[in-house]
Each structure stands twice: as C-alpha cells, then as structure tokens.
Design a protein around this ligand. Structure first.
Ligand code: NOJ
Length: 732
C-alpha cells in the first residue's frame, strides 16, 4: 500500500479500531498456541477480539489462513492481523540454544540459522519473531542466560545483528522472511540475585557501555520491533520508562519501528507500584512509548475513556497505530494477508534434510571441549560404554522450542545405533535426570518424574562401566530447569547424577563427560573426576548426531565459551571484562589479607570466557605491532602467527582484547574488540591481523561523552580471555 493510502486508512478508522490495532491477544483466545505467560480471560468482549491488531503464538499455515480470512471479513476496514511467535532457536528444525550459538563465534552461521528458522516459520504463517534477545548476561543463576549469546557486548552485538539479518533478509516482503523483535529493552539480563523478573540496578555508564551496544547493533541491522523488558531500571519498569523508550531508544539509538510490551507487562505496572489502577497504567505506558500491549487488558479497556476524558491526546493513539500499520504494510499484508503461509511449503521445508544438516553443523560448531586429558577423545570406535540420563533423552531443544516436537529429535542413543562405527555400543540410563525430591515445573505442567528404578539403574551402569575401556557419561540439567522463570540458586548437577559419577569412577577412571544444559553449571566434581568434558549445551533436533560425530572425531570441536563457567555460585555475577579494583588479586600470597578476593574460593572462574580446546593444538607467536603509537585518525595493526601444532585439521577462534591503562574513569581489565576464525591443517601457519582504530578505544568519560583519551593501551591476542600474549601502544 502506498503511504498516502495508509494515511487515509488511519484517517478513516474509528478510535476503537485504532485502539484495537494496539492490542495483541494470546492465541488461547482462539484455543491455539503455547501459553508463555500467566493466563487469564482479560475480561474482553467479542467486539474487542474483532478489532485486535495481532495474535501471539498461533502457528500453522492452515489455521492462520483460516483465522486471517475470517478476521478480515469481520473487521470494518479488513485490516489483517499480525501473527507473532517465539521462534527463538528454530521453529521445527531446532538449532542449538542461543548461548551455544554464541560459542560458535560465527555470525554468518548464526545468520544462516536464523534465516532457516524464518523460512520455516514464514511457511507456517508467522510474520514476526520475538528474537533476537540481546540481553547481556553475567549470572548463570538466571534461567534465561540460555536465550542470550553471552557475557560480551561485542560478541552479543555481532550475533544479534546476524540474527536480525537472517530473519529479515533484504526485504520483509521477500518470501521466507519475517520481522525481528529485539528484546528485552533494557537490561533484563541483570536481575538482582539472578532471579527472573527482579529489579535491575545499572549505573548509567554500565548501561551504555556494556548493555546497550548489542541492542544498538540489532537496531542498526534494521530490526523492526522492540520489546520492553519486565524489569525496573533505576526503579522504573521499562514499559513505563519514557526516557528509555523515547530519549534513548528512539532519539539516541535511532529506532523508528514498533515497540511492544512483554507479556502482561502493562498490567504488571500495578504490582510494580507504578500505577494505582489500570487506567493509570494505560496512560503511563502509552506516554512512555509502548505501541502494542501484549496480552493485557490495559489498552483495550482504558484508552478510549482516557481519550474521551481528554487525558490522552488522540494523536498519541494515531502515532502508535501508524507504527503498527506501517509494519503490516512493510510485510506486504495489505496485498498478501497470508504472506508466506503455505501448507505445501510447510511439508517441503519443515525438518528438511538441508535444514537438519544446517542444525547439526551449527550444533557441532557450538560444542566446547573444556578438558581432554590423555586424548580420551576422539573415540576410535566402540571402546566406550554410554551411560547417563541424557543418553536417550529427547528434550535437547531448549526451553523456548515450544513449537518443536521432541519426537523429531535425534538422541545420542539413536545416533549411536545409526552410525556404522558405534552401532553395537552398550548404553544405560544410570539414573533419573532429576532428583525425585526436586520437582521441575514446565511451561504448562510439572515435568513427570522418571519412572526408573534408581538403584537398579545404578547397578546396571556400574557393571557396564566395569567392562568398558572408556565411559561416556551423558549428564546435565533438564531443559525445563532453564529458560524463563527457571532461575536457580544452586547450579550444581542433580545429586543422582553426581552419585552416578562417583560410582562409575570407582570402577573406571576413563571418564568422558558430555554435558547438556542451558547455563554454565558448577562442575567442579566433573573437572576433578572426568578426564574429558565436552559441553554440548542443548543442541537441538540434530543434537545426538552432532555429539556422536564429534566424539568420533568426524567433527573437531571449535566452540569457545560465550559465558564463563564460574567456579561456584558464590562468584556470581562474574564476567571477564571487570574493573581492576584498587587491590587486584592475582593469586599470589604477597597480597596477604587485603587483596580483593574470597577467603574460600578463587577469583577466577573454572573456565573463562572465550575458552575452548580442540583435538589439535594451536600455537601463537608474540604480537607484532605495525607501530608503537597511533593518532586518533590513524590505526595500529596487531599481528600474530597461529600454527596448528597438532596432528589433525582444526579451527581456532583468534581473539583480540584491548585494555586502556589509565583514563578518567576506571576501565575494564580487557574488552573483546575483534575475533577471527582460522582453519589450519597440521603444521600449517597463518598470519592473523587486527586493525585497532580510535573508535575501539572510546568509552563514556566523566561527563558521559563517548571519547577516547590519549595514553597507553595493551592489546592481547590469544585463544581466550585469559591470554597473556600482549603488546603496548600509545594513542597520541
Ligand atoms: C515473555 C517473555 O519474556 C518474552 O521473551 C516472550 O517473547 C513473550 N513472553 C512472548 O511469549
């Protein structure tokens, strides 16, 4: 539709129709879709439903075509609905969880995954996905770390932008593309104590320097929608924060699309104690800049009266309605209201071989080899017994894969039986996945407890372990222990799994752990007792195949941690790019009592950000600088030579970090500013160069100006965030 026609449409709409556009209804109003938040009837009338702008969580070409047809016939101006859903790490073909995708350090791969998710979802009738989540995360207690790409602002920015490009392509009207909704604006990844929905305290400088860059990258990549976060920031919930949505998001960051609240967040302004009643909540949220109200009755039931009483100027409603109509128009819905919804395409695309292959490839590249003593891996063939609750567990998709069917997932056991090299391998569950006295709640119902006879399972596992040369233990947290509303105060493995480890290690010391889960866990017992640990995260539909191929060396691990593994929960929150403190402690005894440290645990995480091994080994030369100083207009190039010193081909992610040694505000001990992947054959070397420019040296100074200051900088290039391969240059 031409802009003038769209303006005319807006002009012709009644107030009720315009307010209707600002409302997103839950799919369960049509007896459809997953319920992804607290459910209620919202007290709406049939008329309210007749005018809605959007539905959430309804999927399937046939259903959506039917609903759209019926809806448009009844709507006074025949305005099509927007269908939105949480397509997070895939639709039916599920990719690894986003935290794992972060470990690939491969934005192109992540973009490809998002474009496959978009293609499948578009065929199923979806117009907008609630992804990417660009929230920076530092606290593994928070269940939603699985939805983030990790603890680093730069990496998260690269990944968020890649996802937006993958979903949206060059044009939303192109077949197979859907609009991206960036979330959760802002700071949702820093809830106090790691407890979901909790208050967030961030200094303005930390917000801007660490938390906003990834959102900014997604905005710059052109994402069409932004979702507000549940949390308060400086004691103001985001859906009520005019400064955040108008000054920061729209003016400073240049976002011009539609803003949607999170689920029921406008109603929750009452619980926050920000609005005395629903009417005030409606006023506050619209004034703040929330265009669309997700699944609360606040806009539907209050905006009309507020306009009639003269409290809300009608042009506020018009502006928000305009944004909704503009998005529908960009998607081409006025001409093609079903967009790409097509049953034939669904059949051809969902879970196609090509999509499965891409999901498997992504999973393999996301695995992080944490430890590999005595070259336990790769396996040669059938020398290992496979034991543990994850051996034949189909819930490998991550908590947000609400539209996928676990039946489509390849378990480790299935993959073993299909692979010619492992088809006779012996397996046993060993123990239940969860402790029976720790019930786990899923999105809709409690996870049913394992019916396994725990003692018999343990006995079987131990006797199997006794006979085998090696044992692959498939352990981990249940996927429902991760994701939204799944915060944990204890991030160790279930007791039953730790007992299994203890009993098995008594009879066989050649333990390889394949670890599944949605967060970095406290794995001290695994590090102590297992010779090898492969972090497989929640790897998705092709998880089993990816694991088996990796164990057999058909794929060489190259993932690097996008979030560190803490030593234990007492370190949280933890991140590599911290400030130095006035009393930094480096583990030496000279610091005595008064260093910044714990008395009972180390400062260092168990495994740092950026860390990950390979079946081969890489050597780094010292850094060569093109000059030892640069001007603000100039640059310095830092080069290393990376050599594969092992006996097989492998891929390394070469990481470049910078540190500003003295500035007007304290600067982090290092910050990732670049990375490159190199694939090398045994004995092969490659020069890898990074060009440092002045924009990489900027920060928010005392007066909150984003500037660089002359002085000395250290550049670090190496395999992870702990590297000591360093050189110094001066900004003049
Ligand atoms: C609540 C979650 O916070 C958000 O991420 C999600 O997109 C919505 N529910 C819709 O399901």
């Amino acid at each position: 539709m031409k802009e003038a026609e769209l303006r005319q449409l807006l002009h012709d709409m009644t107030l009720e129709e315009k307010i209707g556009q600002l409302v997103q209804l839950p799919g369960y109003f049509q007896n459809e879709g997953a319920v992804t938040g607290p459910a209620g009837d919202m007290g709406l009338t049939q008329d309210d439903l007749r005018l809605a702008g959007s539905y959430l969580s309804i999927i399937g070409a046939e259903k959506i075509r039917k609903l759209q047809t019926e809806f448009m016939v009844r709507h006074p101006h025949h305005i099509p609905l927007l269908f939105m859903a949480d397509i997070i790490n895939g639709y039916r073909t599920v990719f690894p969880i986003p935290l794992a995708q972060g470990c690939t350090f491969d934005p192109e791969l992540v973009k490809e995954g998002a474009s496959i998710a978009a293609r499948e979802a578009a065929a199923a009738g979806i117009h907008v996905t609630f992804s990417p989540m660009a929230d920076l995360v530092r606290d593994a207690r928070w269940g939603r770390v699985m939805e983030s790409t990790g603890e680093d602002p730069y990496l998260n920015g690269q990944m968020a932008a890649a996802m937006v490009r993958g979903y949206q392509g060059d044009s939303l009207q192109e077949k197979g593309h859907i609009a991206a909704c960036l979330k959760h604006f802002a700071g949702y990844g820093a809830p106090e104590g790691g407890r979901d929905y909790n208050n967030v305290e961030l200094s303005p400088r930390t917000l801007r320097e660490d938390y906003l860059p990834a959102y900014q990258a997604a905005v710059d990549a052109g994402c069409e929608v932004v979702m507000t976060s549940f949390n308060t920031l400086d004691r103001i919930p985001s859906a009520a924060n005019e400064w955040l949505l108008k000054e920061v998001l729209r003016k400073e960051m240049g976002f011009s699309g539609m803003v949607i609240s999170d689920w029921n967040a406008l109603q929750e302004l009452l619980a926050h104690g920000i609005a005395a009643d629903q009417k005030e909540a409606a006023f506050i949220a619209l004034r703040a800049g929330v265009d669309m109200d997700m699944t609360s009755p606040i806009y539907t039931r209050n905006l009309k009266q507020l306009v009639e009483e003269g409290k809300v100027p009608e042009h506020w409603i018009d502006e928000s309605t305009w944004r909704v109509l503009t998005l529908k128009n960009k998607l081409g819905l006025f001409e093609r209201p079903f967009k790409d919804a097509d049953e034939e395409d669904e059949k051809a695309l969902l879970l196609s071989d090509a999509h499965r292959q891409a999901a498997r490839d992504c999973a393999e590249k996301s695995f992080v080899l944490l430890k590999n003593k005595e070259h336990m891996l790769p396996l040669q063939g059938e020398e290992a017994a496979f034991i543990g609750p994850y051996v034949d567990h189909q819930s490998l998709n991550g908590a947000w894969s609400i539209f996928a069917d676990d039946q489509d997932t390849v378990t480790v056991k299935t993959a073993l039986s299909r692979h010619p090299k492992t088809k006779n391998v012996l397996t046993a569950p060993g123990c239940p996945i969860n402790d029976p006295d720790q019930p786990v709640m899923g999105f809709q119902q409690p996870v049913s407890p394992d019916s396994l006879d725990a003692e018999a399972a343990l006995r079987e596992a131990v006797s199997l372990a006794k006979e085998a040369k090696k044992v692959v233990l498939c352990l981990g947290e249940h996927r429902e222990c991760t994701g939204e509303a799944a915060s944990r105060g204890d991030i160790t493995l279930p007791q039953c799994q730790l007992r299994l480890l203890d009993e098995v290690v008594k009879v066989n010391q050649n333990i390889i752990v394949v670890l599944f889960g949605g967060r970095p866990l406290d794995i001290r017992p695994l590090k102590e007792k297992a010779k090898t640990i492969l972090m497989a995260w929640l790897p998705g539909t092709e998880g089993g195949n990816a694991v088996v191929r990796t164990l057999l060396g058909e794929s060489n691990p190259s993932g690097k941690l996008s979030m560190c593994f803490p030593y234990c929960v007492g370190q949280l929150p933890i991140h590599y790019n911290h400030l130095n403190t006035g009393r930094p402690y480096h583990g030496d005894c000279h610091a005595g009592r008064f260093g910044s440290k714990y008395q009972d645990i180390p400062n260092e995480p168990l495994y740092p950000f950026g860390y990950g091994l390979s079946y081969t080994a890489f050597d780094y030369s010292p850094i060569r600088l093109s000059a030892d100083s640069m001007t603000k207009q100039g640059s310095v190039t830092a080069t290393v030579t990376v050599t594969n010193t092992g006996d097989q081909p492998g891929t390394e992610t070469v990481q470049m970090y910078l540190r500003d040694l003295a500035a007007s505000v304290a600067r982090p001990v290092r910050m990732l500013k670049g990375f490159q992947k190199v694939t090398l054959n045994p004995g092969e070397s490659r020069e890898v160069s990074f060009t440092v420019t002045e924009d990489m040296l900027r920060f928010y100074d005392r007066s909150m100006q984003y500037v660089s200051e002359p002085g000395d900088f250290d550049v670090f290039i190496g395999p992870d965030s702990r590297t000591e391969n360093t050189a110094r240059f001066t900004l003049v």
